[in-house]
Design a protein around this ligand. Structure first.
Ligand code: CLF
Ligand code: SF4
Length: 480
């Protein structure tokens, strides 16, 4: 099998057509679209957040048009972007709706794989309804193939579901951290609702009721709803199973449990009071506990309010305001459709490649292991160890290699040299894995990885194939 060149979303290939090649490429095997009917599959197949499979191939962008917020979360500092959909400590450049539309048209030309425009801050989009809806209107008029997406704390959602429907926004995220106001009062010190500020239990009760009402209204309007929950150990970690049950019953499509990221330098209440975030293991355990009930999102990267690119990459610095305002819009619907159909063909080949490594019958009770994968996208092991800024984590057994998360790391190789301290930290981040799958790695880090008990597999091929081949070898070395 000849692996395809990694043509997806590298700056050098902007505008490049993505070609289908012979028998290559792969994403995780248990497709997030399994079990969905055709209509639903079509609604999510190009949305990188709603479809795990799509996130290997399609990109999203955010425009930061919504500065105000109407609640206070204890994990948020208003100097930074909304932490419900972004990493704390990040500040985005604020845009007007017209500037935002210009930016979208520029990026739609430069990154034709960008299929979704989300508004997720830097405050709450529905606390800034004019700016949010004006932006959506401009984009719907000028770039009709781009899906519109919105993320909100839910306080004002019931008021705006009709408007959202009318604008053809098909994907809405609500951040729901509790369904019990007692727990909510430990997360939200106040909400500002209908010209009044409410505190404590009353604030949490209002927010909870509005979130439930909004979720119900989205369901009735047939708008796909994802729920984000921030996992806060000791406050709502055990409670998230109940949140999962309630949102499922109310018709949410997908649940994304994200770790609290909390550091004193972010200046948040939780950061300053020493509230810790969950470990990767704690996060996975709660996601696993909920996964029997509904689809869980495990590929969220907690991106910025001005994020651009594939979920695992950040190209926002290529499109700062001073840069994109100098660029001419290059939106070309025909070219975009051509690129998308290339990606769809490529995905078909991926499916075939995956089918080839799948056993004809399900193997019972095969042990599971984790492997760490360096990839630039496309579902292929195609990144040098030293260039990785994150590892995708796959859980592998005799039946499948399943994407279960990612680990952010500092890039090991800086200006051609590897940093020992960074390597130590990288090894720690993936210490629970049995192997690291990379396109290439230097001799020095390879030896240290092996010494730390991690096997190193160098390959340039379908993730699933490489992972399963390693798994078979690994089993042979284990005592029976
Ligand atoms: Fe943006 Fe959110 Fe839409 Fe995606 S992000 S508004 S649903 S287009 Fe995606 Fe980013 Fe996670 Fe959000 S990875 S933080 S879930
Ligand atoms: Fe901050 Fe977002 Fe919460 Fe508002 S909703 S306080 S911007 S995290």
């Amino acid at each position: 099998m000849t692996p395809p060149p990694n043509t997806l979303l590298t700056p050098a290939t902007e505008n490049a057509q993505v070609k289908a090649t012979n028998g290559c490429g792969c994403s995780s095997s248990s497709s997030a679209t399994d079990g969905l009917d055709e209509k639903m599959r079509t609604r999510i197949e190009k949305h990188p957040c709603y479809s795990e499979e799509a996130h290997h191939h399609y990109a999203r962008m955010h425009v930061a048009v919504a500065p105000a917020c109407n609640i206070q979360c204890n994990y948020c500092n208003r100097k930074f972007d909304c932490a419900n959909e972004s990493r704390p400590g990040v500040v985005s450049e604020l845009l007007t709706p017209e500037e935002a539309a210009h930016k979208v048209l520029v990026i739609a030309g430069k990154i034709p794989q960008m299929t979704v425009l989300g508004i997720a801050g830097p405050g709450d989009p529905l606390a800034n309804p004019e700016k949010t809806f004006r932006t959506f209107e401009l984009i719907a008029e000028q770039a009709p193939d781009i899906k519109l997406c919105l993320s909100t704390n839910g306080l004002m959602l019931p008021e705006y579901v009709d408007r959202i429907k009318q604008l053809n926004v098909d994907h809405v995220t609500i951040t729901i951290n509790m369904v019990d106001p007692e727990i909510g009062s430990q997360i939200y010190p106040w909400v500002h609702y209908r010209r009044r500020r409410y505190k404590g239990l009353e604030a949490a009760r209002i927010l909870h009721e509005r979130q439930m009402e909004g979720l119900q209204a989205l369901k009735e309007a047939d708008i796909l709803c994802k729920v984000n929950s921030v996992m806060i150990p000791g406050i709502n970690d055990q409670h998230l199973v109940e949140v999962n049950r309630v949102i499922r019953e109310k018709g949410a499509f997908l649940h994304n449990i994200m770790p609290l990221i909390s550091a004193p330098e972010h200046g948040t209440h939780f950061g300053l009071t020493g509230q810790r975030g969950p470990t990767p293991k704690e996060l996975k355990t709660i996601q696993d506990n909920c996964s029997g009930n509904m689809k869980m999102m495990r590929h969220c990267r907690q991106c910025r309010a001005d994020a651009v690119g594939l979920l695992g990459e950040d190209r926002s610095q290529e499109f700062t305001k001073d840069k994109f305002m100098e660029m001419a819009p290059q939106y070309d619907l025909e070219l975009r459709q051509e690129v998308h159909s290339g990606i769809e063909k490529f995905k078909e080949e991926i499916k075939l490649a995956k089918a080839k490594v799948k056993p004809s019958e399900r193997v019972k009770d095969s042990p599971k292991i984790l492997v760490a994968v360096a990839t630039k996208g496309g579902g292929i092991v195609n990144q040098h160890f030293g260039h990785a800024k994150e590892f995708q984590i796959f859980e592998v057994d005799a039946n499948e290699a399943k994407f279960v998360g990612h680990r952010k790391i500092d890039q090991y190789c800086q200006s051609g040299y590897g940093e020992d301290a960074t390597l130590e930290y990288v090894i720690q981040a993936i210490a629970d894995c049995k192997a690291v799958l990379v396109s290439k790695v230097g001799e020095c880090p390879k030896a240290e990885l092996r010494e730390a008990g991690l096997q190193v597999v160098e390959a340039y091929d379908v993730i699933e194939k490489v992972a399963r081949e390693f798994y078979d070898q690994y089993l042979q070395t284990q005592p029976s």
